[in-house]
Design a protein around this ligand. Structure first.
Ligand SMILES: Cc1cc2nc3c(=O)[nH]c(=O)nc-3n(C[C@H](O)[C@H](O)[C@H](O)COP(=O)(O)OP(=O)(O)OC[C@H]3O[C@@H](n4cnc5c(N)ncnc54)[C@H](O)[C@@H]3O)c2cc1C
Length: 222
């Protein structure tokens, strides 16, 4: 199986870094081919613009989806985006490893989606949801929080985590055809004992050893 792991954390020694390292080594040892996009270490530019493309459809007015469609037809993506597109297209399973920031993705990962999930090559022209180009692929969000689990339930002070993740699960992953696996959530890693964190890393590795057999979840409508 080909696995793509995308990491969005500025500190390699963070718990996110440990979850990422665990995933890379576990999946590699299980015989899978592992590609990575460690966005901070790559210096990935998350800001969209004309630099997304080597081609120009309309020099007078920048409409990103028009330029994306044109680039899809003419091999016109900038090298950094083309490299990410090829990793995405090769992946059977994609894992995003990130801390929850402002109830969402860190900007560097949101910008990766903005630039790489391009109209034409990734979605559109009849290819969304069940007819999405990535309908044979699965995706898994692996995230950490600063808040406690009991804050992220219906009626909790932050509200239901499933609802918070829905724009990602439904609007980015299922929209492009991915089936969604149960998210891996590690609550408040900065507030538990080191032994508990080690147990979490061991459990994460054990889950990943069987990921090939894991069935997708339903994403609620809310
Ligand atoms: C801009 C911003 C917005 C935020 N918004 C939200 C929000 O909306 N909701 C929310 O809940 N939180 C929010 N937070 C908090 C954030 O989600 C947490 O700080 C983050 O998820 C914690 O994960 P970490 O990897 O950064 O932890 P770290 O603090 O890096 O790690 C925790 C501990 O794990 C240790 N560790 C590292 N490697 C290992 C290892 N191999 N084995 C054992 N221990 C290890 C580290 O040394 C550290 O002591 C926000 C934070 C920021 C900066």
């Amino acid at each position: 199986m080909n696995v793509l792991i995308v990491l969005a954390h500025p500190e390699p020694q963070s718990f996110n870094g440990a979850l990422f390292d665990t995933a890379v080594s576990t999946l590699h040892e299980a015989g899978h081919h592992v590609a990575t996009s460690d966005l901070y270490r790559m210096g990935f530019n998350p800001v969209s613009g004309r630099h997304n493309f080597t081609t120009v459809k309309d020099p007078a007015f920048l409409k990103l989806q028009v330029e994306e469609s044109h680039a899809s037809e003419t091999h016109g993506f900038a090298l950094d985006i083309e490299a990410e597109l090829q990793k995405l297209e090769a992946a059977d399973v994609m894992i995003w490893q990130f801390p929850l920031w402002w109830f969402g993705l860190p900007a560097i990962l949101k910008g990766w989606v903005d630039r790489v999930f391009a109209m034409g090559r990734v979605y559109g022209y009849g290819h969304i949801y069940d007819t999405g180009r990535f309908r044979d692929k699965r995706a898994l969000l692996s995230l950490t929080t600063g808040g406690p689990a009991e804050a992220y339930v219906p009626g909790g002070f932050n509200g239901d985590l499933d609802a918070i993740l829905r724009p990602i699960h439904r609007g980015m992953l299922q929209f492009t055809g991915f089936s969604v696996l149960q998210p891996a959530v590690h609550w408040q890693p900065a507030h538990v004992e080191p032994a508990a964190r080690q147990d979490w890393l061991d459990a994460w590795a054990e889950r990943l050893r069987h990921i090939e057999q894991e069935a997708p979840i339903e994403v609620g409508q809310y």
